[in-house]
Write a protein that binds this ligand. Sequence first.
Ligand code: UD1
Length: 430
Amino acid sequence: MDKIKIIGGNRLEGKIYISGAKNAALPLICASLLTDETITLTNMPALSDIRSMNALLEQMGTQIDSFDDFLDGHETKTYSYRTPKFTSLIAPYDYVRKMRASYYVLGPVLAREGHAELSLPGGCAIGARPMDIHLTSLEQMGAKIEIKNGYVHADINGKLKGAHITFHTASVGATCNILMAATLAEGETIIENAAKEPEIADLIDLLIAMGAQIEGKNTSKLVIQGVDKLHGARHKVIADRIEAGSYAIAAAITNGRIELVNAQASTLRTPLEILKAMGVSVEEGDNSLTIDATNRKLTGQDIMTDYYPGFPTDLQAQFMALMTVSEGASLVTENIWENRFMHVPELMRMGANINVHGHASAIVRGVKQLSGAPVMATDLRASFALILAGLVAEGETIVNRVYHLDRGYEKLDEKLKAVGANVERIKEAE
Ligand code: UD1
């Protein structure tokens, strides 16, 4: 398993190209299952989660082609997906276990074929991650759902039927799944308390390009008129707001200056406000964001994760790393996931001063200096928080379990090296 070695202390300066968003790409890939025609996705990131999703679709009968592309100043991937006929309607355990977002196949496959089986994802490092909203919504649309031998078996007699559904929680995954299913349902589906994350707007754009009828983009009420058939389309994936936010903190924590090319400030309003309040300069360009913390003394701020447009839970760990070296105290409250402070003990091993209260809050008191250490994290964003701590720590930090980072940060070591970080990937045989 690869490791990343960092010698801390370098100030980062330069440009980083922001990749296409992983969390947008995953449901977009699954939307291709709604049609027998070709869906082409450009600005796709080269990430292991994308490869895992592609492998799942291939075993269901999808033909996938990939091309290297050059878009908006950087190398990207273009993928085309075509599923003329399913060879399997099952998402097996071995795929779902690797990547929970595999549940995105459920809505599209059920809507198109009338039957789908999905291994239940189970728990993961950041919490229980239930699927009740996905399943009860499909039941409201006329599906018969049974849980047998760890699998969801979903069936419909004829077509899914439009329904008026109110989510008890604004779940991103359930919004995407039910939205996709509703495009091929009979009649009108209304989703109340839908999630409003930018990745959902991106999915709606693709679905509309495929012939779907959807109203309410960027609001919590989505109205979908089902159609008989969807057709092929070409779509460019939005920029990854979490990757952009993560590198913004890399600039801040090293008192550096980084231009984040292709970053969309409109998708990062709340975290950028916090950065400014901490003392960082944020300059918005047409298609970029410049984060400048040169000669700035940063001060702690409180953050509280929330549904979009609130503070994103997927940037909580990275901001906490920044707070460990900012002056004064910061209160971090995690409202989305019940177990998302797994990075705290590792940051403390590097000299951070953090007190966790219950499951949901932590007080971070800034220290003068972190010191390098061998560390490991249990999830993707927590792993990046340790990279950030390593960038500013004295001496050497080794971040283990790099496969977490490879799930969601394209060319992480190359991007950091290009702005002056002393970072090296240590390749190790499996
Ligand atoms: C997505 C993101 C993840 C991010 C999360 C919240 C992807 C692939 N992953 O995950 O990175 O951290 O949004 O922004 O896009 N819930 C239920 N019942 C359900 C579904 C969810 O109670 O059926 C609860 C969860 O326990 C959690 C909250 O809803 O407390 C949010 O979960 P959800 O938005 O569904 O997260 P994901 O889509 O899994």
